[in-house]
Ligand binder design. Structure first.
Ligand SMILES: [Zn+2]
Length: 307
């Protein structure tokens, strides 16, 4: 975890690492990963079967972290009661003592959990302001980079012209001309791609992040209004895992909800907002945030290296 560029304050950006002047709030990978959210968590390892429960594949045992599996118990009168049981205990792989849990109770506990994590409107506003400020900062950095790329490209174009002139003046032999032209062409292609990519990536990522924030503000209402198959997708979109102990549920949110649902991050956003209000400026003291953010940072997952 500590080897993540995030903790060194470096900014990994389009595959290259830049030394950070300040610790980033959330590394840029997160902004890019955000774009994949609706599909990212849909591969929880279970095949769709007719009798599958929509929570299967998302639920884990609070005692031993094994998956929970479905089982049916039959009463003396022949009524079937569905239960979730710990796969670790069932297979005697762990010393787990988690008792079986009645499926409707677990369903209700998950609904309750969505109610608990749903982000209140005023917190959403604070988070949005914080994220927007962070985006503006990243965007400014990208703009500087693009400026550097553009002037490097101009130089290379000039170099290419001069090279050709030198060749015509018989100062540069043909094989050297070819090698040099190839070098320049591949560097220019790289620079072109960097120059053209930036803005679109940021705009898409920010728009998507905004959508996700709206979802976080509405997650309980959404969850209560959708059918079982959509609930499966919702659970997997919001959470890597839902950890169940008896009838209580705790979640491990996936990106970017691990940021939105993080109480420390919410607090940081609220503090920043009230400071911005006091000083009468909407941009606030972004530089002064870093200590707060690093305290908050311990609570959430670093970006996947190399993504
Ligand atoms: Zn267990």
């Amino acid at each position: 975890m500590l080897t993540s560029p995030y903790y060194k304050g470096d900014v990994r950006f389009r595959g290259a690492t830049y030394e950070g002047i300040h610790e980033p709030l959330v590394s840029p990978e997160i902004w890019y990963r955000v774009q994949a959210v609706p599909t990212a968590h849909q591969s929880s390892g279970e095949k769709t079967q007719a009798h599958d429960h929509y929570l299967k594949g998302t639920l884990y045992c609070g005692q031993c972290r094994s998956r929970l599996i479905l089982t049916n118990a039959k009463s003396r009168r022949g009524v079937i009661y569905p239960y979730f049981i710990c796969a670790g205990r069932h297979a005697k792989r762990t010393n787990c003592e988690q008792r079986s849990m009645f499926v409707p109770d677990v369903e209700a506990a998950v609904e309750n959990y969505f109610r608990r994590v749903q982000v209140p409107e005023h917190t959403v506003t604070a988070l949005r302001e914080l994220i927007t400020a962070e985006f503006d900062r990243l965007h400014a950095t990208a703009k500087q980079e693009r400026h550097a790329y553009t002037s490097e490209r101009d130089d290379l174009r000039e170099e290419r012209t001069k090279l050709l002139q030198a060749h015509y003046a018989r100062a540069v032999p043909l094989d050297l001309l070819k090698t040099e032209q190839d070098r320049i062409a591949s560097r220019i292609a790289f620079l072109d791609a960097q120059i053209n990519a930036g803005d679109i990536e940021y705009e898409q990522a920010q728009a998507h992040l905004d959508d996700c924030l709206a979802l976080a503000a509405d997650c309980h209402a959404v969850y209560m209004s959708i059918d079982d198959s959509l609930r499966r997708i919702a659970n997997q979109a919001f959470f890597e895992r839902l950890i169940v102990t008896d009838d209580s549920v705790d979640g491990e949110p996936g990106t970017p909800f691990n940021v939105f649902f993080n109480p420390q991050m919410q607090e940081t956003a609220a503090r920043r907002q009230s400071r911005a209000t006091e000083s009468g400026t909407q941009t606030g003291d972004v530089a002064g945030l870093n200590n707060d953010i690093m305290v908050g940072a311990a609570g959430f997952e670093p970006a996947t290296p190399g993504l």
